[in-house]
Design a protein around this ligand. Structure first.
Ligand code: KIV
Length: 267
């Protein structure tokens, strides 16, 4: 069996350049992190979805930096291979200075290797500052759950020409500002494909069709624990399997082999 080496940002860039795929899931604790790591997941995201799926809130807004630091440390402590990405909570980047301090905490205390920030052109200055200080950044565009009240709900973004152009332009601005990765949530597959072609960093999709190099799902959603109507892009990988391990291995395999997501999972 081939010895697995730790996943790095340059390694993910190489995977993307070579037209291969990488798999990402969320985790918030050591037991799931260990299982995901054993199942060869490429990235573990300690997402602020924590607020909804672990803490039972109706949105991600109440999650604090202390909470993300705590859960990121639980995950990174046991991770031997996967890259650990930590979410910057709502308003943790209210100023560029605050963003630097908080991102520093996620790396220094949490053990994350990259931070994820929601936003468009307005976060370019912050992304530049973090990049200049050696903090890797993934910029999260499209449906931005921290802006749920501005968006009026969790809706597909970038559906008309104007909205699609804005996301397309902002994706390029964020990469020019120093983002090492992009994450596109709930945007039309055609828009995601255009972004993938236009930028030279890996793009992770969730509800963004089959063309992104990386795919992410909230762990509990892909285990069938999601509440209410299941979004089109979520597949229950536990259905028909007899263990959590089998479900997670099936997800990693399906992403790596480009079987998931398929056209029908996109918009
Ligand atoms: O917080 C989270 O889990 C996320 C994913 C939905 C991408 O941001």
């Amino acid at each position: 069996m081939m010895e697995r080496v730790p996943v790095t940002i340059p390694a993910l860039q190489a995977i993307s350049r070579e037209g291969r795929r990488f798999a990402c899931l969320t985790a918030y604790d050591a037991s799931f992190a260990r299982l995901l790591d054993d199942c060869a997941i490429d990235i573990i995201l300690v997402g602020d979805s924590l607020g909804m799926v672990v803490q039972g809130h109706g949105s991600t807004l109440s999650v604090t930096v202390d909470e993300i630091v705590y859960h990121t440390a639980c995950v990174s402590r046991v991770c031997r291979h996967a890259l650990v990405m930590a979410d910057m909570p709502f308003l943790a980047d209210a100023s560029t200075e605050l963003a630097l301090i908080n991102a520093g905490r996620l790396l220094k205390e949490g053990g994350a290797q990259i931070v994820k920030l929601e936003g468009g052109h307005e976060i370019c200055t912050t992304v530049s500052l973090l990049a200049s200080k050696g903090v890797p950044v993934c910029a999260h565009l499209g449906l931005r759950p921290q802006s749920v009240h501005k968006m009026g709900g969790y809706r597909i973004q970038g559906q008309d020409d104007e909205a699609a152009s804005l996301i397309f332009d902002e994706a390029q601005q964020l990469v020019a500002a120093g983002a090492d990765m992009l994450l596109l949530e709930c945007v039309p597959s055609a828009l995601a494909a255009r972004v993938v072609r236009a930028v030279d960093v890996p793009v992770i999709g969730i509800g963004a069709g089959p063309d992104c190099q990386g795919q992410v799902l909230v762990l509990y959603d892909m285990l069938g624990l999601g509440e209410g109507r299941r979004p089109r892009f979520v597949e229950n990988f536990l259905a028909g399997k007899d263990s959590l391990r089998a479900a997670i291995e099936a997800y990693v395999d399906a992403v790596h082999k480009r079987h998931y997501p398929a056209q029908q999972h996109g918009y």
